[in-house]
Design a protein around this ligand. Structure first.
Ligand code: MN
Length: 255
C-alpha cells in the first residue's frame, strides 16, 4: 500500500490516489512515516536510486496560470538536474566510506564538505519539487481544505485569508531564488510559513512541508518575467487542497 492508497482508505483522497499512481514506494508498507514527500515516486527501491517522478497531469494542464513550456523545462530539465546531482552525491559519499582510513584523499577528489553541500542542494531541490508538482492541480479541480486542515489554518493564521496573506507575502519577498512554504510544526501542533533562500540554507528541523511554491526564476520567468507577484497570485488558482489536506493529516497523525 502506498501513501496515496493509505490516504484513500482513510477517506477523501480516493480520486487523487487513482490519479497519482507514481513509480516506486509501493514497497513501503503500512507504517510509513509522516516524512515530507514520503511516497511521491521520487525514489525507486528496485534501482536504489532517486528518480524523476512523472508529473501527475499533462504539461499544459495548469494553463493559463503556468504554461506548458515552463512546466516542460522546469520538470524535465531543472528537476531532473537535481535528481542526477543527488544520485551523484550519494555515490561520492559511498566512495568516501570505502576509502582507506586515514588516507589523505584522492588528489582531485572533492572534499566531504563539498559533497555534503551538493547533497543538501540537490536533495532539497528534489524533495521540494516532488512535493510542488503534487501540490498543484488544474484550476477548479484542487478541492478545498478538509476539516483538519481548515481547523489548523484557523488556529494558526485566523483562517484562509490570513494564511494566504502571510504565505504569498513571504513567497514574494524571498531574496533571490528559493521557496515559500507552509509547514507543520509538531511542538505546538500548528502551521507556520517559511521562506527558503537558496533551498539548502535555511530550515527548521522537525517541520513537515505541506504546501510549497517555487519562486526561483526558472519557475515563472518565461511567462511572468520579473513579475513574481503575478505568478504567486496565479498559483492560488491551481493549489491542490486535497493533496495539502492529505499531507496535513499524515503529518499530524489525524485519521
Ligand atoms: Mn524549480
Amino acid at each position: 500500500m502506498n501513501r496515496r492508497e493509505a490516504i484513500g482508505l482513510i477517506g477523501g483522497g480516493a480520486a487523487l490516489s487513482a490519479m497519482a499512481g507514481p513509480v516506486g514506494a509501493v514497497h513501503r508498507a503500512a507504517g510509513w512515516q509522516a516524512a515530507a514527500g514520503g511516497d511521491d515516486g521520487g525514489y525507486d527501491p528496485q534501482q536504489n536510486m532517486y528518480v524523476l517522478p512523472p508529473l501527475p497531469y499533462a504539461y499544459e494542464a495548469l494553463e493559463p496560470h503556468i504554461d506548458a513550456q515552463t512546466m516542460r523545462l522546469h520538470h524535465d530539465i531543472h528537476h531532473k538536474g537535481y535528481v542526477d546531482g543527488l544520485n551523484k552525491a550519494v555515490e561520492q559519499l559511498s566512495a568516501f566510506r570505502a576509502a582507506e582510513p586515514g588516507a589523505a584523499g584522492t588528489p582531485g577528489a572533492p572534499s566531504i564538505k563539498a559533497v555534503e553541500r551538493e547533497l543538501a542542494f540537490h536533495g532539497s531541490g528534489h524533495f521540494l519539487h516532488t512535493i510542488f508538482w503534487q501540490n498543484m492541480a488544474p484550476a477548479g479541480s484542487g478541492g478545498e481544505p478538509d476539516v483538519n486542515l481548515g481547523q489548523a489554518l484557523e488556529r494558526s493564521f485566523g483562517g484562509m485569508e490570513g494564511f494566504w496573506k502571510q504565505f504569498s507575502e513571504a513567497a514574494k519577498a524571498v531574496e533571490g531564488g528559493g521557496w515559500g512554504l507552509l509547514v507543520y510544526e509538531p511542538v505546538a501542533n500548528r502551521l507556520m510559513t517559511m521562506q527558503a533562500e537558496k533551498h539548502q540554507n535555511l530550515t527548521a528541523w522537525g517541520v513537515t512541508p505541506l504546501l510549497v511554491i517555487d519562486v526561483w526564476e526558472h519557475a515563472y520567468y518565461l511567462k511572468y518575467q520579473n513579475k513574481r507577484a503575478d505568478y504567486v497570485a496565479a498559483f492560488r488558482n491551481i493549489i491542490n487542497w486535497t493533496d495539502v489536506s492529505d499531507r496535513a493529516r499524515m503529518a499530524m497523525g489525524v485519521v
